[in-house]
Design a protein around this ligand. Structure first.
Ligand code: TXA
Ligand code: MG
Length: 345
């Protein structure tokens, strides 16, 4: 049975929390512990121990060629992990850390090869969450952590999601409430002369361009038949049990799709926003934030996708979002959750 360590948010820097001390001790002993970050819950283990990191892969059922992100609480920890820090990478750290940005840098040898999946680079991020930072400080270790879901499922945005997926597989979950951003960090490869965004997130290309002049976006984030540069981007991900389709069309077109699926005897789910919630005559209509503020859509997205499983729908139609700001990350995750299925009016 997996233990739950409740921690009230926000954590007071001066106070010692016995729950966090206990969780940190387990990390030092090579155990796997789930913890909240500002993006999604992470499944943490000592990044310097092969044994500890292998336990993460076991618990998640994660393919071993998919590298993990190492989480740090201060920049001193960075020197032990990476060979060199390009000036532009330093500028990004100064601008966005702590925060939802992962930098891919040249790795030092003693980082577990299970973390890097044998690559010469390692992904590093300093999360902007008081519980995550307190936990990393308390164990005084770099913490390798993928999202704390079973491989293929949507990333967990609450301790309940983690418990659903991993109860019995890990020693414990630090429960610090719901995460804020709701989508995983932006991943940027800083190991080449021109930096490339491998995974879009809430730190948008526009925000990055304000700090460094040129940045590319890996075309595989949105196009089929492109070989992704980030191993994790090639896997089926974030998927609900039922087939989901992105629908690029009018409300009338959506009505036709709903009608046709109902005629086939299917139980139909719709993923929509507050603005359009009353417009559909489907079996299950789930509202995911407000279209007028896309950060609310990001925050609610994975919980909505998980709810469809509880509602036992046969097919899901999902609205599309503007391809700008955090909308880029939302569309990337939906596109993957739909197995790239887009229905065009
Ligand atoms: O917000 C987040 O990033 C969350 C929280 C827990 O910090 N973590 C997360 O980890 O989303 P994960 O393992 O689910 O996703 C890590 C992504 C994968 O797509 C992986 O392939 C990529 O980062 N990645 C990690 N190291 C890499 C490397 N050296 N080169 C290229 N891609 C890398
Ligand atoms: Mg993940």
């Amino acid at each position: 049975e997996t233990k739950i360590w409740y921690v009230d948010n926000p954590v007071n820097k001066e106070e010692v929390y016995p729950q966090i001390v206990d969780a940190a001790k387990n990390l030092q002993l090579g155990q796997v512990v789930a913890f909240p970050t500002e993006t999604v819950y992470g499944l943490g283990a000592n990044a310097l121990s092969d044994e500890a990191v292998q336990r993460i892969f076991q618990a998640k059922g994660r393919p071993s060629d998919n590298p993990l992100i190492v989480h740090i609480a201060n920049e001193e920890q960075l020197d032990h992990l990476v060979e060199e820090i390009p000036l532009n990478a330093k500028k990004l750290m100064d601008a966005f850390w702590p925060g939802p940005l992962t930098l891919i840098l040249k790795s030092k040898k003693h980082v577990s090869k299970y973390v890097t999946a044998g690559l010469s680079t390692v992904g590093i991020r300093m999360p902007d969450h008081p519980v995550a930072l307190a936990l990393i400080e308390a164990c005084n270790l770099p913490i390798a952590a993928p999202s704390a879901n079973t491989s293929g499922k949507p990333s967990p945005t609450s301790a309940k999601h983690v418990f659903e997926d991993l109860n019995g597989q890990i020693v414990g979950i630090v429960d610090g409430g719901s995460t804020g951003v709701g989508l995983e960090s932006t991943v940027i490869d800083c190991s080449q002369d021109i930096f490339t965004i491998l995974r879009p997130g809430s730190i948008t290309p526009e925000m990055i361009k304000e700090i460094i002049p040129t940045v590319e976006v890996d075309p595989a984030t949105m196009k089929e038949n492109e070989a992704p540069k980030s191993p994790g981007m090639k896997y089926k991900h974030y998927a609900p049990d039922a087939q989901m389709h992105l629908v690029n069309g009018s409300i009338e077109f959506m009505h036709k799709l709903i009608h046709n699926s109902k005629t086939e005897g299917k139980r139909v789910g719709i993923l929509t926003t507050e603005e359009n919630a009353t417009k559909y005559d489907a079996d299950v209509v789930l509202t995911c934030g407000k279209r007028s503020d896309l950060s609310t859509v990001a925050a609610a997205l994975y919980d909505c996708i998980r709810q469809f499983n509880e509602e036992h729908v046969d097919i899901i139609y999902c609205e599309t979002f503007p391809y700008e700001g955090i909308g880029i990350a939302i569309m990337n995750r939906l596109w993957k959750a739909c197995g790239h299925s887009v229905i065009q009016e």
